[in-house]
Ligand binder design. Structure first.
Ligand code: AVI
Length: 335
């Protein structure tokens, strides 16, 4: 069955697996403790992230929209009747609507698949797009690991092959380390793309450390709240109040030598996290004052790093669209 927008639940997001994943990543020595990044995206987290994308300090979304406004017609001209667009981590679709409007203007019969994790969000954002005559909208509920093989299977035997364009926008590539991203792109290239297919990727550039730091520690405190909400979500997943949010702070650092922003939780005092297991015993995780628990990386890219990554994935650069005002770049890669 496809991960459809209507009835599919996320097997990979099975509750017990999540609990184990979180406890295992926490039960480590000082310096190695982490919480998986996905905890940031519960319902409130998705709302807060949407708020972040409207902030002036978080320049990434506006920069990407500016580029898309300018380039949407050029992008649509790369498609044909019968082409398929697949968006990984579709989100609010504010940016995507710029592309879909351009396709509609060019009267191309294109099917658009939005892959995302939250069914209600998916339905709401697809519903907000309005009516199209030429573009067909489809929601795919699932993780990348569920959606990509399904799509691959869906189009593998088409003759002639279905022309595809994959969208990976919003600098989502930055939330994996460079090696993981290169491997992911290579996998996409191998599994889903055929000669003539495209992949559009949004990269935040590593040019301006001060601007980047402000984007992740904004003046309204929305990012702080977005990160701190992750602890509430962890308590919900664990089914116990393991974290007392008032005893933690958001630690935001831009490491310019490594070209990445790192988000941590910092313990404000010595404490012991306690989780009551079903078997009756307790898992106890001591934390020192100022100990850090990692929750998110946001990697930034130089031109060389982008080229290197595309080469490693055996992709060619077809277009390289920058924004004159902010260090952000959209790269259209071709298989
Ligand atoms: C979703 N992702 C690309 C965002 C980023 O920039 O890493 C998530 C985010 N974290 C803090 N602010 C925004």
């Amino acid at each position: 069955t496809p991960p459809s927008s209507t009835d599919q639940s996320l097997d990979a997001f099975n509750g017990d697996d999540l609990v184990d994943t979180i406890l295992e990543s926490l039960d480590k020595q000082e310096g190695n403790k982490s919480i998986p990044t996905f905890v940031l995206y519960d319902k409130r987290g998705l709302q807060l992230f949407d708020e972040i994308t409207h902030l002036d300090d978080y320049y990434l979304t506006n920069a990407e929209m500016e580029i898309l406004k300018e380039r949407a017609d050029q992008l649509a001209a790369r498609l044909h009747d019968g082409s398929v667009i697949i968006e990984l981590g579709a989100g609010s679709l504010r940016k995507t609507s710029l592309i879909l409007d351009a396709i509609e203007r060019q009267k191309l019969k294109v099917t658009y698949y939005a892959l995302d994790l939250d069914q209600q969000e998916l339905e709401r954002s697809l519903g907000s797009l309005g009516d199209f005559t030429h573009v067909r909208l489809m929601g795919l509920l699932g993780t990348y690991d569920q959606g990509i093989p399904w799509l691959n299977q869906q189009f593998a035997s088409a003759d002639p092959p279905t022309h595809k364009m994959i969208l990976w926008l919003g600098s989502s590539i930055g939330n994996q380390n460079r090696r993981e991203s290169a491997m992911f792109l290579h996998r996409l290239q191998q599994m889903c793309l055929q000669p003539g297919d495209f992949l559009l990727i949004g990269f935040d550039k590593r040019k301006d450390p001060v601007k980047i730091k402000t984007a992740y520690d904004d003046s309204l405190g929305t990012t702080r709240e977005f990160i701190m909400n992750g602890l509430d979500h962890v308590n919900v997943i664990l089914g116990q109040a393991v974290f007392d949010r008032s005893k933690f702070d958001y630690d935001s650092r831009y490491q310019s030598d490594l070209g990445r922003h790192v988000a941590h939780y910092r313990a404000c005092e010595n404490m012991v996290l306690t989780y009551q297991r079903r078997a009756g015993d307790q898992l106890r995780i001591p934390l020192h004052k100022d100990e850090l628990i990692h929750v998110e990386y946001s990697y930034k890219y130089s031109d060389e790093e982008i080229t290197h990554m595309l080469n490693a994935a055996q992709l060619d650069k077809a277009e390289d669209w920058a924004n004159g005002k902010t260090p952000y770049q959209l790269v259209l890669a071709e298989c």
